[in-house]
Write a new protein. Structure first.
Length: 319
């Protein structure tokens, strides 16, 4: 990979609860501290402060959750409602006088993982983020494919409760199995006991109780694991050449030790091809296995956003 030859690019990874950022020159990523914008004006102010740290910035590469049109417009972003309908190319031109190329966050994450992570030289793969929302993308014959697995119908109803997704549909995978959904459930269960949540995050309590083997916590993770296992196993029956599944996202990474037994068992029962059954015999992150944690947590979408930026502008390198 040649990398970015002249001037830095500001890379942004805007999610449902925070925005990661960094300046990228060649393959050297200089990361800054995450920030949490509450609206577009807040986001604009933060980006303006960041841009003030450098003199020679060529443009903005922005990855974000949602449906993207023409690498410019966020058509809809269920977990960032204030971003829906915004033309970020015009926003960057008007506010900062520079170009902005927008990509779906999972498209960018896949691109980054293909550059430097666990998808280097992998031709067929699935990648999922299990965080505030739940999203994914695919690699098919070496090509990135944008997808929305978070808005498939969920195969399970956590606590037997039906839920309305932020997209407006009923019982999407994201509405049932994401970290955001679990946090909402725990806030409901522990109403009036928010003091139990370290840092205000209900999942800290869930992880603590699961580590201690408390049944309500282990059962909840087991339910989620069954749901994820059904989704992944079903996709493998369609995308039969898949060699790896990569997972990322704070909820997914912290919860995977508790979910993995149910995921593995459910997938083994669901998949139809012996090759996948053999791969499932290996533990997580095993070179001979199927399921891997991202090698670039917090960075893959930043690298990948820059790759998409270069592709769209036809410069220097592609992935």
């Amino acid at each position: 990979m040649e990398g970015i030859k002249t001037d830095e690019i500001l890379c942004l990874d805007l999610g449902g609860t925070k925005c990661g950022w960094g300046f990228l020159l060649r393959d050297d990523l200089s990361r800054g501290n995450d920030f949490s914008p509450e609206n577009l004006d807040d986001f604009t102010r933060s980006v303006s402060v960041i841009l003030g740290k450098r003199k020679m910035i060529r443009g903005i590469a922005l990855a974000t959750a949602g449906v993207i049109r023409d690498n410019k417009i966020v058509v809809v972003s269920p977990n960032i409602p204030w971003l829906s309908g915004v033309n970020l190319a015009e926003w960057a031109k008007d506010e900062f006088g520079m170009s902005c190329i927008v990509s779906n966050d999972m498209e960018a994450a896949v691109a980054g993982e293909m550059m430097f992570g666990n998808l280097v030289e992998i031709r067929n793969a699935l990648m999922f983020t299990i965080s505030t929302g739940l999203g994914g993308a695919m690699v098919v014959d070496g090509k990135r494919i944008i997808s929305e697995p978070g808005h498939m119908k969920s195969p399970v109803l956590i606590n037997k409760l039906s839920r309305i997704c932020e997209c407006g549909k009923i019982d999407c995978v994201e509405a049932q199995l994401s970290g955001g959904s679990v946090r909402n459930l725990l806030r409901l269960i522990f109403t009036g006991r928010e003091d139990l949540f370290e840092g205000g995050d209900p999942c800290t309590l869930l992880d603590k109780k699961a580590e201690a083997g408390i049944p309500w916590a282990t059962n909840l993770y087991n339910e989620i694991g069954i749901g994820i296992g059904e989704v992944w196993g079903s996709l493998l029956n369609i995308l039969t050449d898949t060699d790896r599944i990569i997972y990322m996202g704070t909820f997914g990474i912290k919860g995977m030790p508790f979910m993995f037994p149910a995921i593995k068992k459910t997938m083994h029962n669901r998949v139809m091809f012996e090759r996948h059954k053999e791969l499932l015999k290996s533990p997580l992150n095993d070179d001979h296995g199927l399921i891997f944690k991202t090698a670039l947590e917090g960075k893959n979408a930043l690298y990948g956003a820059a790759a998409v930026y270069e592709e769209v502008l036809g410069e220097h390198y592609t992935v």
